[in-house]
Ligand binder design. Structure first.
Ligand code: NAI
Ligand code: MG
Length: 399
């Protein structure tokens, strides 16, 4: 069988070391693939005026599966200042290549598993009733609608007259906002469509069914945000009743959910939410399992099969220049594990995950974040493992 081709987008900063090291894990675990490099990120904005060049989109369209490290983004003015001089007259405006990727390939399903590793010193602990300490094992998967809602990009400051006139047809708008001058209004819309809401709900229920989770929790705010959250809740109820009677549907409000995270996080399995609340819920859960060194994310489109797998951390620019990379590669390795599961390489995925679990449980090799150190270049001399040493340890456990 022809080898599969995987597109590698290291991006900026620590995206490079964590992706390089992750490929070593994939090789050592016996995953056979060809890798092609694709350009993305700040360097290409500065040199070419485009952080997501067409050639990168072409590679992803062709090969369908991509591993992504991280990119650097900067505010508009800084972005303009760093453009190559010959590009400065071209009226270019910086746009995030991550959002660009989502939109271009319609990567509407975002999936973020948050599972605790036994022995991780960063695991959430809580005090029990008798004053002892409990360490609940979290096993949650957040399904976040990835293309609509508050990140849909439909927004204005000082909206055009037509938009303003349309808003004035709404009673609540007239009552609450018509006394504000139009020039002082900023509006960001939260648009949900039935099609994409149904798709994310379906993905969540299917995941629960496939992996034996007893419930799906919708984490929105339907009592207040009646139209969008309300539609999502209604669709979830219908879907549960018609197609997944064996799976329970819970409905929690995003604000209360964040409070409950530190009370009973082990009680949640599959969580599903719109774009913004999914983002919030997944960061909340990620904090319980070790934070940025452990949190990974998949975004995909079920029709085209295109999938991009990445750690949720950014490019951490201040760590990128250290002679020896100190950042935790586990988030990127987790992303690669999700990729393997997605392309049905389940045995290799399980093998790598077990190796990571063994390293964490043994506790001999820990990156600086796991030792609760501040990320200075000298952490290695203080006993923290480098990015490479962590990967060496994972590889040693694969044998
Ligand atoms: P960041 O995630 O890059 O770093 C924040 C802090 O988290 C770091 O200073 C470090 O202390 C810690 N950290 C991050 N990754 C770690 C790892 N693997 N191991 C151990 N510690 C880790 O977020 P920040 O500083 O807000 O943003 C830096 C740049 O990254 C910005 O330009 C931002 O726009 C971009 N960014 C890109 C993302 C992406 O590519 N998906 C996501 C978030 C931010
Ligand atoms: Mg986030």
């Amino acid at each position: 069988m022809a080898k599969r081709t995987i597109v590698l987008m290291p991006g900026d900063g620590i995206g490079k070391p964590v992706l390089d090291e992750t490929i070593r894990v994939l090789d050592a675990a016996g995953f056979e693939a060809e890798y092609v490099h694709a350009d993305i990120g700040w360097e290409f904005w500065c040199k070419e005026g485009n952080p997501l060049p067409q050639r990168t989109l072409d590679l992803i369209a062709k090969h369908k599966i991509a591993l992504f490290g991280a990119i650097t983004s900067k505010p508009k003015d800084e972005a303009f200042n760093e453009l190559a001089p010959e590009l400065k007259e071209k009226n270019l405006v910086y746009a995030s290549p991550i959002v660009g990727l989502r939109q271009h390939f319609d990567l509407d399903i975002c999936m973020r598993p948050c599972r605790s590793y036994k022995g991780n010193p960063l695991n959430f602990i809580r005090r029990s009733a008798d004053g002892g300490v409990e360490e609940p094992m979290v096993d949650a998967v957040i399904f976040r609608q990835n293309t609509e809602g508050l990140y849909g990009g439909v927004e204005w400051s000082n909206p055009p007259q037509q938009v303003y006139d349309a808003l004035m047809t709404n009673k609540a708008f007239v009552k609450n906002f018509s006394s504000c001058p139009k020039e002082e209004l900023s509006v960001s819309t939260r648009i949900f469509t039935k099609k994409y809401t149904t798709r994310i709900l379906k993905a969540a229920f299917e995941h629960a069914k496939k992996f034996g989770y007893p419930s799906v929790t919708l984490c929105e705010k339907p009592n207040v945000i009646r139209e969008t959250s309300g539609m999502m809740y209604k669709l979830a109820q219908q879907m549960q009743k018609a197609e997944y009677p064996e799976i329970k549907l819970h409905n929690t409000n995003i604000d209360a959910q964040m409070m409950w995270l530190t009370k009973n996080p082990e009680d949640y399995g599959v969580i599903v939410a719109g774009n913004m609340f999914g983002d919030i819920a997944s960061d909340g859960f990620a904090g319980l399992i070790g934070g940025l060194g452990f949190a990974a994310s998949a975004q995909f489109n079920q029709e085209s099969g295109i999938g991009v797998f990445e750690p949720t951390h950014g490019s951490a620019p201040k760590y990128a220049d250290y002679d020896v990379s100190i950042v935790n590669p586990i988030a990127m390795v987790e992303a690669a594990v999700m990729m393997l599961e997605y392309i049905d390489e389940k045995a290799i995925a399980a093998k790598i995950r077990k190796a990571v679990a063994d390293v964490v449980a043994e506790g001999k090799v820990r990156t600086y974040d796991m030792m609760k150190m501040s990320g200075k270049a000298d952490v290695i001399t203080k006993g923290a493992a480098s990015t490479q040493q962590m990967v060496d340890a994972i590889i040693a456990k694969l044998a």
